[in-house]
Design a protein around this ligand. Sequence first.
Ligand code: ADP
Length: 554
Amino acid sequence: QFPFGRRLPCDIYWHGVSFHDNNIFSGQVNKFPGMMETVRKITLSRAMRRMQDLFPLEYSFYPRSWILPEELSLFVAEVRMIKDSNPSWKPTFIVKPDGGCQGDGIYLIKDPSDIRLTGSSQSRPAVVQEYICKPLLMDKLKFDIRLYVLLKSLEPLEIYIAKDGLSRFCTEPYQEPTLKNLHQVFMHLTNYSLNIHSENFIHSDSVNTGSKRTFSSILCRLSSRGADVKKLWSDIISLVIKTIIALTPELKVYYQSDIPAGKPGPTCFQILGFDILLLKNLKPVLLEVNANPSMRIEHEQELSPGVFENVPSPVDEEVKVAVIRDTLRLVDPQKKKRKDTQCLLYPGTADGKFQLKPVKIQVKSGMKDKQHKHHSLKLSLKLKFYLKLGSCQSSEQAPGPSQELPDAAPSPEAALPSLCLKQVFPKYAKQFNYLRLVDRVAALFIRFLGVKGTTKLGPTGFRTFIRNCKLSNSNFSMAAVDILYIDITRRWNSMGIDHKESGMCLQAFVEAFFCLAQKKYKARPLYEQVALLVNQCECRLADLQGKRLLWGCG
Ligand code: ADP
């Protein structure tokens, strides 16, 4: 830990909030550039909508959503249309301010006209979403699931899911929403930060009772009722993989901007918190993705009026310590070094020596408040413990020059519990790779960005893309290309959050690309249109590359 700033390069940089240090040239950082922006409510909704347009069935796990204020009239019109065609539909909607957390500013409505567009906090951009009225209940209470997911690498994509998570319970028995109970947050919102203030909140020392339990305890109960928990897990894994596939195009644009390929820089990994609700039929629904999930393993207890003390929370400890420990095991730089060293220790070249240095980790909170400092300190103690265990055992068990192959030596990991993080990607890549279409569109976008370090495409870059991929013709002139660029870019920039750079952002490029695909391959499903155009662009660019190489040789 370097409380007063870094003086030496570190193996792992553990930042509290986001990727914010551009002076790191090696090692690994526990945050991806742009992750906070990518999982904000509005950006996530846009990314999911894009995937729902391409793959409606595959992405039906995300509730129908609209972005406010820009889609207010669309929201009103769509709701009216569905109600007209299905008069028995009596929906409820949940309005969530963009960038909000812990239930902040959230409210339920029965009718689009109830949206509060005036007033200080309500006027900010928000997502309005279909409210899930029939969630699965346990002990008559609504609950959600917090699952921890490790995005270990973006390129190649590597995803791990923790085998256990948390279930956070409401503190008032659930009733389907009516005008009378819409305001009862302890009945409808599962946020721990809200329900902790209810007099019904139960802190329990056991992981399977109380207002916060392990997800495995819920699975046990479901299984004892005869539910197919294997199917539930496989649906959850597929939800997580599909969500990350929806996020990777944006993340890749941020990544190349902050950590340009070919220049020294760190690699990144990140622990994400997935909030999931289960329907009565056990179908999982994604509520949101948290870029900075709380890793606190204790809670506050009021000893006497106004006197609080932090006491350990066994449920949090059980789940979160394992997640952090296993994340470190998976990204452990010594593991790689050990592997490399082992390669040198074959008999015959047996004078190599195991050299294990302690791993240097920088823990940086990035937040001023006391709670975060405290959290950061607890975390660093846990890290030190893990590293100590790892390095002492490694040196004790390091094989001498004449010993057997290191293969036979027990690894320092042998003393640790089995991994709680389960790899799901690339393990299940075959099943999901066809969904990575926008990723390929993003690769084209990045290719034409030109100057490294930007996230927006200029008009010349867009023209070059059209020309190199041979997309213009007598029906689609270069003047029409310019108009398409200006129209779409202007619209996206008028609603975008990032006004720092001018030009076409990735979402605008994707929209333009879909437009071109629809124009070229009429009367096919959108997915096919886009896939055909991506193939064409990739082939033309490969041809061009081949010709350039030939000319180079010539
Ligand atoms: P926040 O970041 O403020 O916690 P969430 O999107 O997680 O916002 O929503 C807060 C809570 O509201 C969730 O934990 C869940 O209990 C409830 N909730 C959110 N979206 C829905 C929905 N579409 N249907 C039913 N309940 C929801």
